[in-house]
Design a binder for this molecule. Sequence first.
Ligand SMILES: Cc1ncc(COP(=O)(O)O)c(C=O)c1O
Length: 249
Amino acid sequence: MKFGTKIIHNKHSIDQHTGALSVPIHQVSTFAQESVDHFGKYDYARSGNPTRDALEETVALLENGSHGFAFASGMAAISSVLLLFSPGDHLVVCEDVYGGAFRVLTTLFTRLGIQSTFVDATDPARIAEAITPATKAIYLETPSNPLLKITDLRAAVDLAKERGLLTLVDNTFMTPYLQRPLDLGCDIVLHSGTKFLNGHSDVICGFAVVKDEELGKRIKFIQNAFGAVLGPQDCWLVLRGLKTAGKDG
Ligand SMILES: Cc1ncc(COP(=O)(O)O)c(C=O)c1O
């Protein structure tokens, strides 16, 4: 299936329980359980909600990932994913990363003992120079906001893989219609879905997508533990916005 087809003909195009041609909005906090010993697929909507599942699976499908995670904003997605790192860890970050990401990295995350070095990532040599024994990840945005600088993702992934680092890419500006970082070997794709993914200027939302099962489990743990999830109404609006996100190509 091509991109535009995947958006509208995936497993969520028909509701399995009712045949509805639009994903129902499960406006609910808590799900009834069979017994204290037998939990169903859903128990509490921070941990999982069918409307959010439909959106997360659709975004993962578009990014050619295996697991998608919907957050209350792009910054919630970025900050939640940054909780993968621990005091003493170091990140190499593109120098004109989105200002909100720069702010959390240089204030909240430095306070938690996670340091970042900002480099001109358009030159892979600058990325390589900044890597230290404490470096755990390379965090890129291409094109970057605001200067629209372009990074060679394959070159960055080569550097990262040689050294056992994760590669994080904010794909907000390109969307999976034009760029799929997981296909190039990157580990985590981030989005401010507020922009092109939703496309209607009526929702603040964010996403993380991964291909790796283990990484998916770690982000799922953070999403549930930290709790910055996207509500079901907004999930539905983004699902609707996405339907016109790309024609076949
Ligand atoms: C590239 C990029 N990443 C992340 C964000 C943050 O997203 P949000 O405003 O949804 O929190 C923005 C917002 O402008 C952005 O442009």
